[in-house]
Design a protein around this ligand. Sequence first.
Ligand SMILES: [Fe+2]
Ligand SMILES: [Fe+2]
Length: 241
Amino acid sequence: MFTSRMKLAEVVQANFNTLSVINRFGIKLGFGDLSVGGVCEVNGVNIDFFLEILNAFHDKNYFPQDHLQSFSIDEIVSYLRKTHNDYMYQNIPYIEMLLEQLEADCINPDEIKLVHNFFNEYKDELFKHLLWEDNKIFPYAQSVEQAYLNGNNVKQVVEALRNYSMKNFLGEHDDIESKLNDINILFVKYLPPVYNQHLCIRILRELSFLERDINDHSRIEEKVLAPKVIEMEKFLLKQHE
Ligand SMILES: [Fe+2]
Ligand SMILES: [Fe+2]
């Protein structure tokens, strides 16, 4: 488990993929020997929140205890939205660019079309998932927090949560990353050997990095965001029994 006294460089050495999390907090490379706590102080980042996200991202079995302490739903949502933006405007367009490059390099581009089509289908599915969260789930979570903290629109929120609560979200929240693994397998098994192998390996790396990042992202939604909202929902329901 990562702690505030550890050096941030050690965190990165333990799990290189944490770099994408660190970047989403606006922390730039070149942190020298600074501890996690020190880097947060310099960058004005909430240390409890940063550690919670880092640990949930890194450890599949990590389960936060104190759901209502230290940081807000707004902070979690803002982090999750940043991650969605990374997927939509960085990761997916980059893989698309590589696939186009591969297609341009081919003698017979039709052969790569199958993988490309499969990827396009996946992209539509992923974007639908991200927009559903951006437009429905996150605003709902924020409205629960506003009702819980400031009593804003309590009646409407309690009414709404009787029809759709965060438990429904957990039930509907599907596994959006496993299809990326299918695309990888398709690549490894069926791509003719004539293609630029270095480019193929780069695409495979990007796909598996994205698969892992989305998996860790989903864990933050399910283990950090949802339990916190559920605690607040319980409180609001009790108040309005
Ligand atoms: Fe998400
Ligand atoms: Fe999600």
